[in-house]
Design a protein around this ligand. Structure first.
Ligand code: NAP
Length: 326
């Protein structure tokens, strides 16, 4: 059972990194549901956050706070007085220099939320904290009990997965120590329409196949999920008696399947047709379970729709030239 609208309307929640791709949809949904929202952004006056001020209900119920993940006091000012916190802010990059920021930022948010005695923290982790383990049997179903292997992440220079894994483990340890109620969402690669004006890393994953920037596709699988489902899942994790971690993925596609879907919908773009790996057999996907999230009531938007809407949005926002028909 989810919180009735009347209860939501009385609650104040903080969303960190509110101007980001996922957080913008989350803020939109929270406002729709009647929450009062405090969104942290690095600079509330930066034009890149203008889209937030235009959301329905923003004028009355959204306040932006200037906060940096490395500045505890700035986070505390936004979180004090809140009923709940959605911690989505994080560098999304494989730059090793950003590892500390991801981990310290998470510590700071948990600490501030503990001091504010919030009802619950919903932390946006990643599937990257779950599946990166070469020692797992290929037949094993990846579920919420799985953790990525830190040495493997390091050795493969997957600094994003490394940072998110340490950040999530730190969040669990701190929440236990401070007696804070923590629930974690572990989404796969998130796609869908953009609310913000800039292109974030997961949407860039699609963009590169449409611009001619890459000439081949890799021999690899990737899980995908729609940003609206990710926003919904965050709210469900806050409103229901959820617990622990929740894997959030609609489907896995080999990159060949992804480029074929793109080429079918958008044949006008220079989409690669060849795999960069002409030697090894086609990689196989790992098996995974989203039973836990489905039991909370999430129904996933199909990946084809998700891909289509991403490209349409990139066109509408002027990031991709519209196809010219002769
Ligand atoms: N998109 C995906 O495929 C995906 C999948 C799984 C998990 N996630 C997780 O979902 C969350 C949101 O990701 P997203 O895809 O929405 O990426 P995004 O659009 O890049 O959003 C990340 C946000 O974090 C903010 N941020 C980064 N470093 C910060 C700092 N030091 N202080 C304050 N704010 C900071 C960014 O602000 P600036 O714009 O100022 O840098 C941005 O608003 C992240 O935790 C990410 O790990 C994303």
């Amino acid at each position: 059972m989810t919180l009735p609208a009347v209860v939501a309307a009385g609650q104040t929640v903080c969303v960190t990194g509110a101007g980001g791709f996922i957080a913008s949809w989350l803020v939109k949904l929270l406002l729709q549901k009647g929450y009062t929202v405090r969104g942290t952004v690095r600079n509330p006056d930066d034009p890149k956050n203008a889209h937030l001020k235009e959301l329905d209900g923003a004028e009355e119920k959204l306040r932006l706070y200037g906060a940096d993940l490395l500045d505890f006091e700035s986070l505390k000012a936004a979180i004090i007085g809140c009923d709940g916190v959605f911690h989505t802010a994080s560098p999304v990059t494989d730059d090793p220099e950003k590892v500390e920021e991801t981990i310290i930022g998470t510590k700071n948010v948990i600490m501030a939320a503990a001091e504010a005695k919030v009802r619950r923290i919903v932390f946006t982790s990643s599937i990257g904290t779950v599946y990166m383990n070469p020692n797992r049997s290929p037949d094993m179903i990846v579920d919420e009990s799985c953790w990525s292997d830190l040495d493997f992440c390091k050795n493969t220079k997957n600094w994003y997965c490394y940072a998110k894994t340490v950040a999530e483990q730190t969040a669990w340890a701190m929440a236990a120590e401070k007696g804070v109620d923590l629930v974690v969402l572990n989404p796969a690669l998130v796609l869908g329409p953009l609310l913000q004006a800039t292109i974030n890393a997961s949407v860039a994953h699609i963009m590169k196949y449409l611009t001619g920037a890459v000439k081949t596709y890799v021999n690899a699988f990737q899980g995908y999920v729609h940003v609206k489902d990710v926003a919904k899942a965050h709210v469900l994790l806050y409103e229901t008696p959820a617990f622990g971690r929740y894997i959030c993925v609609e489907t896995m596609l080999h990159r060949q399947e992804l480029v074929e879907i793109l080429a079918k919908f958008f044949p006008e773009y220079p989409i690669p047709t060849k795999c960069s790996d002409q030697v090894n057999p086609r990689k196989k996907p790992y098996k995974y379970s989203v039973k836990k999230l489905e039991e909370l009531g999430v129904e996933f938007i199909p990946v084809k729709q998700c891909i289509y809407e991403t490209v349409k949005s990139l066109q509408e926002k002027g990031h991709l030239p519209l196809p010219t028909h002769s």
